[in-house]
Design a protein around this ligand. Structure first.
Ligand code: HAM
Length: 429
């Protein structure tokens, strides 16, 4: 018999991974809403041309692309920004500017799977369209910081590396380097810390530059550079400038960025970027053949690197553990101690569930001990026992090991009351 595995780079989500995924996406959603962003979604599949034209070579080489049955060239989305630009330009008149939208969903890139990289991952995108002033970049960076902090990851654990592509445009203009070399130059800078020095030197020489002059310029670019003044003022007012490190090597692999660019990195584990983004003032115009000139800025965060970081960061582990517990536990387990009471127990199961209480029970006759074991396994706070005492039922608090008997008519209200109390009851008896 053939044994099937997941397709390379794809993931199964067993309950534990599902709990992690839901915890991450629910946290993203709640912080984005706190910042006044509104949710949208784009198609999972787009025409391959959309990415060929708008994302640049790096992403195009990683496209999960194929011909559909009508021989159309289509791709699973590697990112959402081109779709967003397409959607926003198509109906830009319908929305007040600035548009603040967020999105959460899977993306696909045909990359070599490794730590922090898969062929399927979930992205959280937050974008502002119709304004790309430093105030919008500051708003996005603040959102990125607050999202990461919401998971219990602190200022000791992560940093935002920030730059501005315009700094390099000015540098190239000062050196009289033709504009056509900009893309090549930025891709050299993007890889400068990873590439072999001789390689970098050779590539720079081809466009008339030396590593020494590029490195000297990088070293002289710090937070006092005028390109960061407004952003610095804004983030300082919010008490968030401490999260920023100016780093001229951050240029971002995607073709469409025009100004501010940033990436979020952990500080202790050397993981790949948690998130990245920047301003892209020309993408909407490109998308609409010049029809809609709408500046924009945004970023995306992936779930894979974030998930690794949360598992390794002590400050984040407690929240993660309670998310796992909340996903798999129930409030109460109904124990049928006397099978003659099963119809009454089933009626109570339905009433308790209708009141929003999470209930489970065993499907058939089972020893009481086994049912209590099942209650513990499901991490139930209470066991509700239907036995010979009916119409009285016994509510056992499985954590505090206490119990009380109530008439079945008042059961729902009693369980609601007990659930509202702290899980372990009063600490001092
Ligand atoms: P990106 O830097 O290509 O930007 O991706 C953003 C994040 O997605 C990365 O920092 C990483 O966490 C995650 N990611 C990317 N590729 C993979 C992969 N193969 N496996 C796991 N995680 C991955 C963009 O996609 C831009 N569209 C962001 C943006 C939004 N810019 C403006 N608005």
């Amino acid at each position: 018999m053939a044994s099937f595995r997941t397709v390379k780079g794809f993931r199964d989500f067993f309950p534990e991974e599902c709990a992690l995924r839901n915890y991450i996406t629910e946290t993203w959603r709640s912080v984005a809403r706190r910042y006044g962003f509104v949710e949208y979604e784009a198609p999972l599949v787009e025409s391959t041309d959309l990415y060929r034209k708008k994302s640049g070579d790096e992403i195009t080489n990683q496209l999960y692309c194929f011909l559909d049955k009508a021989e159309r060239e289509i791709s699973l989305r590697p990112e959402v920004t081109p779709s967003l630009a397409r959607m926003a330009t198509a109906r830009q008149r319908d929305f007040k500017k600035p548009i603040k939208w967020f999105q959460i969903g899977p993306c696909f890139r045909y990359e070599e799977p490794q730590e922090g990289r898969g062929r399927e991952f979930i992205q959280f995108n937050a974008d502002i369209l119709g304004d790309s002033s430093p105030a919008t970049s500051a708003e996005l960076i603040a959102l990125a910081i607050d999202v990461v902090r919401e998971f219990g990851v602190s200022a000791d654990d992560f940093i935002i590396r920030l730059s501005n592509r315009e700094i390099w445009s000015t540098f190239l203009a000062d050196k009289n380097i033709a504009e056509e070399h900009t893309t090549t130059f930025l891709s050299i800078i993007d890889k400068i810390e990873r590439a072999r020095p001789e390689e970098t030197e050779k590539k720079l020489a081809l466009i008339g530059l030396t590593t020494a002059e590029v490195r000297a310029f990088m070293a002289s670019t710090d937070e006092n550079h005028p390109a960061f003044a407004a952003l610095r003022e804004n983030l300082t007012a919010r008490g968030l400038w401490q999260f920023i490190k100016i780093d001229a090597t951050i240029v971002r692999g995607l073709a469409y960025y025009t100004g501010v660019v940033f990436e979020v990195f952990d500080l202790k584990h050397g993981l790949r970027a948690l998130a990245g983004g920047g301003t892209y003032d020309k993408l909407c115009a490109l998308m609409s053949d010049g029809g809609v000139d709408m500046p924009a800025a945004g970023f995306a965060m992936g779930d894979v690197v974030l998930g690794i970081l949360l598992k390794r960061t002590p400050g984040a582990q407690m929240k993660l553990t309670s998310a796992y517990l909340a996903a798999s536990s129930i409030d109460a387990f109904v124990v049928v101690a006397d099978e003659a009471q099963r119809p009454h127990a089933l009626a109570a199961v339905q009433s308790l569930r209708a009141a929003g209480i999470r209930i489970d029970y065993s499907f058939g006759a089972q020893k009481v001990g086994k049912q209590f074991q099942a209650a513990e396994d499901r991490k139930a706070r209470f066991a509700i026992v239907f036995g010979a005492e009916y119409p009285e039922v016994v509510i056992k608090n499985l954590l505090a090991r206490s119990q009380s008997a109530v008439p079945v008519a008042g059961l729902v209200e009693e369980v609601q009351k007990l659930l509202a109390e702290p899980a372990l009851g009063p600490l001092i008896a």
